[in-house]
Ligand binder design. Structure first.
Ligand SMILES: Nc1nc2c(c(=O)[nH]1)N[C@H]1C(S)=C(S)[C@@H](COP(=O)(O)O)O[C@H]1N2
Ligand SMILES: [Mo]
Length: 315
């Protein structure tokens, strides 16, 4: 009989990354608070939240009800706006998300810059996905978007394209979290996927949630959602998508390679060095009362991508 492992750290004491980051950003955080207070844009810019209704794809329907919208839009990680979970909802609404373009480039036959209006013209659908943060909490969110492979079809990746690199906007004026004297992350925020992961039908280029365009704190106007990986792989507010021959080093791997690997597949059998990944809190629950599932419950769809790979070595 399998022995249930007791997490070495009680779930209530899981150290969020911001606490760990304090080691080098205690001063930075204080400076950030000052910068935030002095930041003028917040109340002036109007956030662009409009209805964005798309037919629900019934093939993606977790058993659990969707997380309350209020919680999903007020408890966020978007370090460009600060490391506190409340910072993105507080500061991100000041970011201008129109006009906005996404450059799709690199190993493609037809590199192209897409305006956000062009992306909104792809055949959008609603998909309810489980979403698991590396910090052992999860949500269930109705996203509105389209498969990234549809965008790829428009630019025609070459045979040399082995990876896809995603880059978040870096807007110093509008992002108090990037102005700290000691950068929390080597900005801009960069993430990467292997080409087969990026082209997998689950990988969603996302423009909305809950029947509306994305709130800025959730990554407006366009972000990635990769539901079988820890949340940080799903980069927000994208300005660049590059098809590349070589594997990039993602921002979190740069920050702490022993904690955040390239793959970062949700895996209950591989602990984070500082806490167990066996269980999770489905917010708003405060208890890690649920067992984390392999690939966040999407094993049937994505396990074949990793056939024969050692997922402990390739964490
Ligand atoms: N640019 C950028 N993208 C990001 C992050 C970030 O700090 N900056 N945080 C990641 C993490 S850790 C998580 S859990 C999810 C959170 O997405 P949500 O706020 O929509 O739930 O966004 C991911 N994408
Ligand atoms: Mo996360």
């Amino acid at each position: 009989m399998p022995v249930t492992r007791i997490p070495s750290v009680p779930p209530s004491e899981i150290t969020p990354r911001e606490v760990w980051l304090n080691r080098r950003s205690l001063m930075a955080g204080m400076a950030g608070a000052i910068a935030g207070a002095a930041w003028p844009g917040a109340s002036e810019a109007a956030p662009v939240i409009e209805p964005l209704v798309a037919p629900r794809n019934p093939g993606f329907a977790p058993k659990d009800a969707a997380t309350d919208r209020k919680l999903a839009t007020s408890y966020n990680n978007f370090y460009e706006f600060g490391t506190d979970k409340a910072d993105p909802a507080r500061y991100a609404p000041g970011m201008k998300v129109r006009p906005w373009t996404v450059e799709v480039t690199g190993e493609v036959a037809k590199p192209r810059v897409f305006g956000i209006e062009e992306l909104l013209k792809f055949a959008l659908e609603e998909r309810v996905y489980r979403f698991r943060c590396v910090e052992a909490w999860s949500m269930v969110i109705p996203w509105v978007g389209f498969e990234l492979n549809k965008l790829a079809a428009a630019v025609e990746p070459t045979s040399r394209a082995k990876y896809v690199i995603f880059t978040t906007a870096l807007k110093r004026e509008e992002m108090p979290g990037v102005r700290t004297p000691v950068p929390v992350i080597d900005w801009p925020y960069v993430e990467g996927l292997r080409i087969d992961e990026a082209m997998h039908p689950l990988t969603l280029l996302t423009l909305g949630m809950y029947g509306e365009t994305l709130p800025n704190q959730n990554g407006a106007p366009v972000r990635l959602v990769v539901p079988w990986k820890y949340g940080f792989k799903s980069a927000k507010s994208l300005v660049r998508i590059e098809f590349a021959e070589n594997r990039p080093t993602s921002s979190w791997t740069k920050a702490a390679a022993h904690e955040y690997g390239f793959f970062s597949n949700v895996n209950p059998n591989v602990d984070h060095p500082r806490w167990s990944q066996r269980r999770e809190r489905l917010l708003p629950s405060i208890f890690a009362s649920r067992e984390t599932e392999m690939f966040n419950g999407y094993a049937e769809q994505v396990a074949p991508l990793y056939a024969g790979m050692d997922l402990k070595a390739n964490f």
